[in-house]
Design a protein around this ligand. Sequence first.
Ligand code: PEP
Length: 244
Amino acid sequence: MPQLIAGNWKMHGLTTDAVALARGVAAGAAGLASELLLCPPFVHIAAVAQAVLGTSVLVGGQDCHPAKQGAHTGDISAPMLRDAGASWVILGHSERRQNHGETDELVREKVLAAVAAGLTPIVCVGETSDQRASGEETEVVGWQLAGSLPKPFSGVVAYEPVWAIGTGKTATEQDVAVMHAFIREELERQFGTEGETIPLLYGGSVRPANAGSLLALPHVGGALVGGASLKVDEFLAIARAATV
Ligand code: PEP
């Protein structure tokens, strides 16, 4: 299975920036061993989907509402994402959990809505620096997995230690290896054989310089990339570091 390199553009860029970035990535995507996914802000999804049409580059959203439609001012539903050209969606990102008070239960409802709309969810889990300092990291991630993933689960899990996101502090190879082994074990415990094949990504200050060693670790099936996904060269360099 090819590794997945997903770019989370967060709240960056106007339409012209988004289209230029998408075109740049698409131009470099041919022949790569990895799969590339771009997750622009909602308003740019249609333009980005159009810009990568006919290439292997995938498009996703950064969040969705659990309801299909309704009185939810400012929210976007999973069918709307699909309609705009997305086939994936990031859910439960730590910035959503922190800034919008998203709980595991809400994330699980969003996963169900995403799958029902034909989107593949990437569900983010990860501990804060305080939780790691007090030795609770595996317990926290275990609870997040149990609470955020519906059974059965059809999607991808991204381990993103909160303290490594946007900070330039990458988790050590040892941290990532230990946590990914724990997540795999936990998924097998919670989901049985289905848990053996759920793809796992690492996210948190992935850069061209550290991508090769992180992507070579056991159970790491790709990367969720924030800052470095906003630069065509850096994102493609990370993608080139991926293994099959
Ligand atoms: C992210 O926001 O998912 C992320 C991993 O960001 P960064 O790569 O900038 O740490």
